[in-house]
Design a protein around this ligand. Sequence first.
Ligand SMILES: Nc1nc2c(c(=O)[nH]1)N1CN2[C@@H]2O[C@H](COP(=O)(O)OP(=O)(O)OC[C@H]3O[C@@H]1[C@H](O)[C@@H]3O)[C@@H](O)[C@H]2O
Length: 241
Amino acid sequence: VGLWIYWKAQSWSGPGTTPYFLEELEKRCFSYTRDISPVDCTKIVEAFENAFIFKDPCKITEEDYEPLLKLTKQSIPCGKVLLWSKTKAMAHRFTQQRQDLFTLEDALLGYLADGLSWCGFPDSNAMNYQSCPTRGDCKENPVSVFWDVASKTFAQGACGVVNVLLNGTRSNAFDENSTFGRVELHTLKASALHVWLLHDQEGEPSDTCSGSSIAHLESIASGKSMTFNCQDIKSLDEMRV
Ligand SMILES: Nc1nc2c(c(=O)[nH]1)N1CN2[C@@H]2O[C@H](COP(=O)(O)OP(=O)(O)OC[C@H]3O[C@@H]1[C@H](O)[C@@H]3O)[C@@H](O)[C@H]2O
């Protein structure tokens, strides 16, 4: 039996479940301080676990996370959402300085899961600590489905002007296949989109607000009747949000 379990545990290309996963979730839930109606951390951890335990890690659905989404529902003030793509560190550095702004990570849902890995087995309540599937193994894996449904929920709740920090050192600052391009942009119901296109202090910009990828983003935003602005910036200090 040990060999069978060992074999099963070796079949994915991503890192295994983070050690002490449930304890880590509970610790993060209790330490989350931003304003959200009182939450029941025990119920939240249970809902997170039930989303993937006893399930094939290649057949996870958005519905599996519904109970967790309900328990962590949080309304972010209009105009205070910052989406990002290929600029994770900079986006979070900015919201560390500006506690009034929220990335998904600054909301409870993203705060709970950032940097963690998790998956299970279809026929046992064990977690797979050896390996977990990545998008390359299968798309409907627990972590990818989580970030897609969390991003969709977060974007859906955004109102007023939504800010997005994009990476001007990439030739395509707007990437349609990114989570921002594939999930968040299409679920936005906000009235306006403000792009902050961040460039290297020194390096030559590879893309700018007048580039074709931003023009494509503008056409999608206009198609959703959102007003659109884009600003090329060289430092976060220029982000007047
Ligand atoms: N820890 C977090 N991970 C992610 C967030 C997020 O907010 N926190 N995501 C996605 N995401 C995962 O990051 C990479 C892609 O990043 P990367 O290629 O750099 O950018 P994406 O546009 O795909 O995703 C960033 C966008 O989606 C949310 C966040 O609210 C941002 O507005 C991919 O695995 C996604 O599933």
